[in-house]
Design a protein around this ligand. Sequence first.
Ligand code: BJ8
Length: 423
Amino acid sequence: MADYRKMWEELGMDLETHDQLCAVLPTAFGDVYLSQENRPEGMGFWDMVVADVHGIRPAELIEAQKNGQKVFGTFCVYVPDEVIIAANGIVTGLCGGSQFWVPDGEAVLPKSTCPLIKASVGARLGKTCPFFRIADMYVGETTCDGKKKAWEILAQDVPLHIMDMPQMKRPQDMEKWANEIKDFVKVVEDFTGNKITAENLKEAIHTINEKRKGLARVYEARKAENIPISGRDALLVSQIAFFDDPKRCAMMTNKLADELEERIKNGVSVFPAGTKRIMLTGTPMAIPNWKMHQIIETSGAAVVCEETCTGTRYFENLVDETKDNLDDMIKAIADRYMGIHCACFTPNTERVQDIIRLAKEYKVDGVIDVNLKFCTLYDVEGYTVEKALKEAGIPVLGIETDYADSDAEQLKTRIQAFIELLD
Ligand code: BJ8
């Protein structure tokens, strides 16, 4: 690992505490990733990125800032990257996925808050994540109550713009959302000093669509009977996509997809024939949350799809690239993002339809509905999701967990029992 201490120091990070995180991450990564056999060669890129996750990309972002670019930190897949990229800004994900950050979050938040929020706030307040230190502006959204209130804490010393999400998808809500994006255009223009034009927005739409297509190709390969990539590796690709440069992400995912397609042709699989195929649905798994994938894939099954925001919800559906004027493009962006079906909407029948569709497309033997503790939205929606899956004859197991390892053994027992029951 290169030495980034000077950079972290200049970012005002708590180096001593950060050292503790740096000490545990390689072991966790080694246990989950490097212990796998027959991984695609293309994963070397992602291994390298994770090995220096707080070094390589942060250094690039700082370099870009020196050249006048602004970095926007986001927490949700509803924030339209296209707008930021059009204004020559950079987007980086900020969601926290490690138990390491939770205690610092719990110092200011109720314990009964979802771990994703506690970890994100903890990463910021504990000064142990360079991305939180680097971002010039945070972009929040009004998706769930916990996040809405967390913005008030996170906004203490960083400019924070909040996008007001509709709660329903009626025509008036769609119009409101398009207006919200128009306001965001103005905010980004003012903050970057760069005008968003039809030309640069068109180009940004194309860039982000290409990134989505690359990710979609990797996922498409997972539909094959011989599974060319593990769920753990595919998850890592999605997680890093939130941080990486979008053009490089498109290039590397396409390169990986080439290899996966070749593996399919040659009958190469990372799992023995007959391995049960599992789809995960539910709350997002921010890096380095690899817990469920690790448990499932060391229990004799393979994860072949994630209907989550670190899965299909991140890349499915493209923005229409045929529009030529700014208003039509913004409308096209609004339409595409309203095609994401998060549990923060009511009703949310489209998500249930997506889950059934994906279960069939990926030929899964069973679905695990996994929700982060204290996420009321996904927990309550679990009732509808699980009922629909049972009606469709697809076995389903509901799980509630957090980032801690304390329930790992118990989860493993339940998951093994579930896998054994699959036909
Ligand atoms: S579009 S899932 S990224 S809001 S933070 S809702 S887990 S209690 S993350 Fe999300 Fe956007 Fe929806 Fe996707 Fe629950 Fe936790 Fe809230 Fe969460």
